[in-house]
Design a binder for this molecule. Sequence first.
Ligand SMILES: CC(C)(COP(=O)(O)OP(=O)(O)OC[C@H]1O[C@@H](n2cnc3c(N)ncnc32)[C@H](O)[C@@H]1OP(=O)(O)O)[C@@H](O)C(=O)NCCC(=O)NCCS
Length: 200
Amino acid sequence: MSGPAPRLEEGGTFSRPGYRVRLRPIEERDVDAMMGWVNDPAVTRNFAGMSRTITRQEELAYVRAMRSSSADRLYVAEDLDGAYVGNAGIHKIYWPAANGRLGLVIGDRTRHGQGYGQEVLRLLCTLAFEHLQLHKVWIVHYGDNGRMLHLCKKLGFQEEGVLRDEYFHQDAWHDMLRHSLLRGDYDEAPWRARLGQPTM
Ligand SMILES: CC(C)(COP(=O)(O)OP(=O)(O)OC[C@H]1O[C@@H](n2cnc3c(N)ncnc32)[C@H](O)[C@@H]1OP(=O)(O)O)[C@@H](O)C(=O)NCCC(=O)NCCS
């Protein structure tokens, strides 16, 4: 692979049969829903770069940057009624080697622990491998993020290593864990279902 794959069609959505969430490309109108969690310490403590207050203007600039970046694909996860559930992205895409970093957040905390994160992570992997034709996706999370660790293992990600004292946050150093899923791992994953082109 040598260059960026096409984006999901604007206004299009991507999901799988039986799922309660779908992904669609992020839009500027999503900023208000995002402001519901970007300054919530219970959510942002899991993200290394989010330890200060973020303004709506900054968040809007971030969404605009993501929408125009060739190395990022940022989606909103919404329920089947169109209500905002969270954000999901494939970032730092290095097209020559066809790899990218996954990130996800179930921003609506009342929905944590109900299986939405797993659905979103599966959808992200499916988009990465079947739509973007990536070879590898990776994810870095705090070592004490039990939910994320559990989900990575459950979906077949392999641990690549511990980034010791990688971040300083809330007066403490934190180890990060890096996990990855290769195209071949995905092909063998029991949860995988082959899909056609993801525009509906
Ligand atoms: C991490 C996150 C995306 C997971 O989404 P979620 O919808 O809460 O997760 P799910 O309900 O799909 O799955 C959670 C799984 O972890 C398990 N789990 C919950 N707490 C756990 C813990 N402390 N240790 C280990 N496993 C745990 C649950 O039992 C469930 O597994 P199961 O489906 O096998 O029963 C979500 O909690 C979130 O947005 N957190 C804040 C942001 C974040 O951490 N993002 C990831 C940064 S890379």
